[in-house]
Structures are given as structure tokens and as C-alpha cells.
Design a protein around this ligand. Structure first.
Ligand SMILES: [Zn+2]
Length: 239
């Protein structure tokens, strides 16, 4: 993708995620990012809603400077927001989202170019329950396997910012070691999800499919629980 197309694609993705009828985010929830492939990435500015976002709602940050915050003993949860501003390419730009470190971690895989973080209603009904991410460890719907991947990544509850970023770093490292690639879907207990896309469209599709998966999961509870896919279904799907 040409560099000049990255921000317009990111704006389109962000607006799609913000559409009210989809129930993926309300008010200032959620954020998106896209790598420019030159050591910098676009990230949504802090506190803005998604649905009416424009180019002014994004700021460009330096990936290595964002990631350095994870290993800097002077950075705490209290000052991480201000420290993040030091990673801005244009210091006059608005303050980047508190989740910028999480996005940087996802974008360290060069195949991942668009990252979408949302708080979808159906998924949160499960992720805020005692079950957490556990019900998503087994598949019952083949189209969820195709779009969201055979294996999901998951973290427990951590306060947004530094603590959550450290947990995500650990989980991404584990996942990449075990599966040899990045997850497409990361579930965060009591919080929301992250979709890791090779394209903007893929990040949107992963988010929409994960939400459908959660709604199906809830529906199956009325009919005796999910009927899990047999092993040969995964071989058929190449998953
Ligand atoms: Zn969030």
C-alpha cells in the first residue's frame, strides 16, 4: 500500500468500527493504529470518539520510542501518558491514546499493518463474566476459525496503560513462540479485544466476526451449549 493511502484507510476503518448500530464502541472507547513501515505509526489521539474521526484525530509516533517506555524504570502508570508525548513525530500533535504501547507491540510483526481495539458489547458479556476468555478457546463455528484464527491470544484484567501493555507483551511473545505467527484476535478480560490485521479490511472483519462469535456463543447456551467442531474440520480449513 502506498504511504499516502494508509491514513485514509485507517480513518475509514475507525469510522466503520464506530458505527453505533454495531455496538463495538461508544463515546471515547477504542482506538486504532496503522504502521507506515518506516519506524513510525499512526495512532488515534486520546479521548476521541471513533465514528466522526478525521485526520486531525490521529498522531504519528516513533515505534522504538514508544516501546522504550516498557523498559524505562522512570516511567510509571501515572506519567506514562506524558512520556508517550515524547514519542510524537510532531510535538504539537494531540496526545496519543493511553493504549499506544499495546499498538506498538502488535505492530512489531511486519505482517501486521492495521490494529483495531474495541469494547464490543457481545464479547464483553462473556469477557466480563467469570468465564473470561475461556469459552473462546474451543471453536464451534468454522467461519470464526477462518477469520479469527484457530488460536486466540488472551490476557486477564490489567489496568489500561503500562500494566496492560506488559501483560500483552508477555502473551504476544508466548503466542509467537508457540504458533510461529501473531494472533489475529487478542481478548482482554473485563476490557475488550484487539484485532491484528494485515489490512484495514481484515482488522474490521476480525472484529465483526469475533462479535458474531460471542453472540452465537450466548445463543448456544439456550440450546444445551456449543457443539464443538471435530478435528477434521480444522484440517479442511487448513487451520
Ligand atoms: Zn480499551
Amino acid at each position: 500500500m502506498l504511504m499516502k493511502h494508509i491514513l485514509p484507510n485507517l480513518i475509514r476503518l475507525t469510522r466503520e468500527l464506530g458505527r453505533e448500530e454495531r455496538g463495538l464502541t461508544i463515546t471515547g472507547e477504542g482506538n486504532t493504529s496503522a504502521t507506515l513501515g518506516d519506524g513510525t505509526f499512526w495512532i488515534k489521539a486520546s479521548g476521541l470518539g471513533l465514528v466522526n474521526i478525521t485526520a486531525r484525530g490521529f498522531c504519528r509516533v516513533q515505534t522504538d520510542k514508544v516501546l522504550a517506555l516498557l523498559n524505562d524504570p522512570r516511567v510509571t502508570d501515572a506519567n506514562a501518558g506524558a512520556a508517550m508525548c515524547r514519542a510524537l513525530v510532531n510535538p504539537q500533535a494531540p496526545r496519543p491514546s493511553i493504549e499506544t504501547i499495546l499498538h506498538a507491540l502488535c505492530l512489531t510483526d511486519p505482517t501486521i499493518r492495521f490494529v483495531a481495539h474495541t469494547h464490543p458489547l457481545g464479547l464483553l458479556r462473556v469477557l466480563c463474566s467469570r468465564a473470561g476468555a475461556k469459552p473462546f478457546r474451543r471453536h464451534f463455528y468454522p467461519f470464526a476459525v477462518v477469520t479469527c484464527g484457530r488460536h486466540i491470544a488472551a490476557v486477564g484484567f490489567h489496568n489500561p496503560g503500562l500494566a496492560l501493555a506488559l501483560a500483552v507483551q508477555k502473551e504476544l511473545t508466548r503466542y509467537r513462540r508457540v504458533h510461529g505467527c501473531s494472533p489475529r484476535l487478542l481478548l482482554m478480560a473485563n476490557h475488550g479485544i484487539v484485532a491484528l490485521g494485515r489490512t484495514a479490511e481484515e482488522a474490521l472483519n476480525i472484529t465483526l466476526m469475533a462479535e458474531k462469535w460471542a453472540q452465537l456463543l450466548e445463543g448456544t447456551q439456550r440450546w444445551g451449549g456449543p457443539s464443538f467442531l471435530p478435528e477434521h474440520a480444522f484440517a479442511h480449513l487448513n487451520a
